[in-house]
Structure formats: C-alpha cells, structure tokens
Design a protein around this ligand. Structure first.
Ligand SMILES: [Zn+2]
Length: 452
C-alpha cells in the first residue's frame, strides 16, 4: 500500500456514484420513496420525543418515584434522597478525633485496636460505611500546655512535638492496618481516587499551632508525613496566634496573628497545607482570612448567631467569606458538639441543621460543610449519635429544600473545591519561586542568631 500524499483522502470513495445498469428515472423514483420514508421516521421520532418531554415536564408530579429518579430527580422520601446523593457525593468530615481516643484507651497500640468491631465511642468501620463516609481528616491532636506556661512566651519546653508524632504514627498505622477500607490521602486527586475505589480517603490534620513547637521547620516535616491542615491554635495562645479559649474572657496575647503567624500562613500557602481557623480568636480568624492567599477552612465550627459561644463563627466573619472583592473562598464545617450547638439538653439534629442553614444564609450554601468532632466529644446531639447518622442530617436539609447539588456540596464538594483552590495557590507560589521560610521565633534563645 502506497503512503498517503497531501492529495490522498482518508474518507471512503463517494457513495453517490451510480451503479452500473441504473437509469436516471429509476434513481429519481427511488430517491422520492426514500424521502417519504425518512419523513415518516423523523416525524414519528419527533412526536415520541415531544410527548415524552410533555410527560416529563408537565406531569412530573404524577410520575412514580422510581421513574422520576431515573431522570435525575430525587425521591420524595428524604432518607432515600439523602442516600442517593451520598452514593455519588459521600461525606468528607473535617474533624474526627479517633487518634486521641486510641491514645486514651489503647495507649496507641495499633495491634490492640479492632476497628471492624464496635468501638466504644462514635467511629468504627461498619458505622463509617453505614454513614456513607468517603473521606475524613484524622485529627492528630495533643492538648495545650498548662496555662501558666504561656506566661513564659511559650518557651517552656513541652512534649507536644513528640506526642504529635505519636498521633501521626497511630493514625497512619490504623490506615495501613485496614487497606481495604482506608487509603492515605494528601490531596484532592487522592480523595477522588480513594472514593472511586470504594475506600475512605484518610487525611491528617494537626489541631493547634502549639504542636509546631514554634517552628516552621516542624510544619514542613509534618507536611512530609502527610499533614494537610494545621489549626492555627487550640484553646491556648501560641507563638503564632491568639486562641478564642474555651469559655469567654480569654485575654488576647498578640491581638490576632503575630508576625511569625503571618509567615506561618505564607509557608502553609506555599506548601499547600490548609489554614484551619477553628479555635482561633475572632481577630486571628479575620486577619488570617485577609492574609492567606489560599482559601481557608474551619474544620469544626458552627454559627455564633445560632448559639453564642466563642468557638462558633460570628456573622461579620461569615460575611468575609465568598468570591467578591475583599472576600476569600472558605468552608465552615459545622461541629456537632452539643455545647456549641444549643443550650443544655436542646442539641439535636434539627439544631445542627439550623447552624448549617444560618451559615448558608450569610456566607452561601457553597461555603458550609461538616466537621463533626466525633470521638472528641463526650456527648452527642439527639439524632446524630455517631458516624452512621450523616444521611439523617442530609435528609433533614433535603426536607428544608436543599437540592442535590447543594447537598453534595455540603456533604464534601465544598471542602474539595476549597482544598483544590489551596493546591492551585501552592503550585503558583512554587512556580513563582517562593522559597521556604526560615524565620525563627524571635524570643528563642537556644539557637544562635546569624545575620545573613
Ligand atoms: Zn477542636
């Protein structure tokens, strides 16, 4: 076969060439007949299509539930609708404290922990599956040092970094122990791939700047171990930022972010570590939201207008979230802890939904998510007893008129968008040549200062 030239064609020869023996009149009659046949076929198809469309649009309400769902609608039954949404867009929880439970109850001995059997608190594999969980951040948390240690400019030595490494170790050990269930994830593509393979994407989040030991180098090493968010503070102030404490009345130390705290955010942006503003003071949150080049998260915080505690996000900060001028993309992942949800004895699934609706009202439905705090809270709201109950919450929002796209965003899509945004900023900063920050905490005396 000869090689094609610029005049050769890849199309087959013309089909219109008359065959040998056919005369002109025969061809004319044949083409008239085929024209009539085509008109009949196309007319019938158009009629069937039009009738179908009228039935679908005009009589949607009389079509059976099953038939309706075939065309992308959701069942009228809220739980069925919720499960349909979660099959396509599973839950991504911003904050689960399983590692701190394993430290307290099993001394972090991975071989002694059986996640396939009922665990004592809110999380185990059967209940994660029942709850349609596709991903969650394993919180690698260690408590704050004693309050009096803050009087020493955060320079009193602690075991926070060792203990955090132990929490990363137990989380990763459990993820590795159940390879059919968990898959370590360090980015949005990992999350999508794990969910696609029927696994639960497992991410790591450090819950408090005190766990960094005042050091940006520690941040980089946590990143290397897979950590993808750092909560700027827990209930204590640290060298980077002020906390909101636990009860009202904590006295600010820096007035928000310190200079080193700003550098910490720059370094988190460069690395692609999400800035988490749960637990921070309002001043810290507002300054961080303005300073960060990347979208930010609240991994487990609710709405202060619904229940007035310092851990919840006030409306003026919710108004700073968005895509407008002077706004930043963010997701507030609602905490289920009864103390943050409602007055004593009043926390239930409807009250949690009220927080979601309020954040959606002020910041937009695309800026709210779920950060249960399961295994980190002593009590739970009625109707949200453990990780198997997420579908009930999605069903509650469906009852309140949220459509499938909005529900998918709440379940996890909004977090994915924000995380993707942070990954993009990281790529851009690194492409622009931003170098790692080597700033030291100015009050450290243990390391010689060298002027470069
Ligand atoms: Zn917390």
């Amino acid at each position: 076969m000869s090689a094609p030239t610029e005049h050769s064609t890849l199309l087959p020869p013309s089909q219109h060439t008359p065959r040998d023996g056919q005369n002109g009149a025969g061809r004319h009659k044949e083409s008239r007949l085929s024209l009539i046949t085509r008109i009949i076929i196309w007319g019938t198809l158009t009629l069937v299509f039009a009738v179908g469309l009228i039935l679908l649009l005009g009589f949607k309400h009389v079509l059976s539930d099953k038939f309706h769902s075939l065309f992308g609608g959701l069942s009228k039954d809220p739980m069925t609708a919720a499960l349909t949404v979660l099959d396509k867009a599973p839950i991504i929880d911003g904050h689960i404290d399983l590692p701190v439970l394993t430290r307290a109850l099993y001394a972090n001995n991975v071989t002694a922990i059986d996640l396939e059997s009922p665990m004592p608190q809110h999380v185990d594999i059967p209940r994660l599956r029942k709850g349609k969980v596709g991903a969650f951040f394993w919180s690698v948390y260690m408590e704050c040092p004693l309050p009096e240690d803050e009087d020493n400019d955060f320079l009193t030595p602690t075991w926070s970094v060792r203990d955090t490494l132990e929490q990363i170790d137990v989380a990763r050990g459990l993820i590795d122990k159940y390879p059919d269930t968990f898959q370590l994830a360090t980015g949005t593509e990992d999350i999508r791939a794990a969910i696609h393979d029927g696994k639960i994407a497992s991410l790591l989040g450090v819950e408090g700047g005190h766990q960094l030991g005042n050091s940006l180098a520690v941040l980089r090493q946590y990143y290397a171990l897979g950590v993808r968010y750092v909560t700027l503070t827990h209930t204590c102030h640290n060298a980077f930022a002020d906390s909101c404490g636990f009860l009202p009345g904590i006295i600010p130390f820096h007035g928000g972010l310190s200079a080193l705290g700003q550098t910490l955010i720059d370094e988190m942006n460069r690395l692609g570590v999400l800035v988490d503003l749960s637990h921070t003071s309002d001043a810290t949150a507002a300054q961080a939201l303005a300073h960060s080049k990347a979208p930010v998260i609240w991994s487990h915080s609710s709405a202060r207008a619904i229940h007035d505690v310092p851990r919840n996000v006030p409306d003026y900060i919710l108004r700073m979230i968005g895509t407008g001028e002077d706004q930043k993309d963010a997701v507030v992942m609602v905490n289920f802890a009864p103390f943050f949800i409602a007055p004593p004895g009043k926390a239930n699934i409807e009250a949690v939904a009220d927080h979601i609706v309020h954040i959606a009202l002020i910041a937009g439905k695309e800026h709210v998510g779920l950060g249960s705090d399961y295994d980190g809270i002593g009590t739970v709201p009625e109707g949200l007893e453990d990780v198997s109950k997420y579908p009930a919450l999605i069903a509650e929002l469906y009852k309140r008129g949220w459509n499938k796209y909005e529900l998918a965003g709440l379940a996890g899509g909004n977090l994915l968008r924000v995380f993707k945004g942070a990954e993009k900023v990281s790529r851009e900063l690194q492409a622009a040549g931003q170098q790692p920050a080597y700033d030291l905490y100015s009050k450290r005396k243990d390391i010689p200062r060298v002027e470069f």
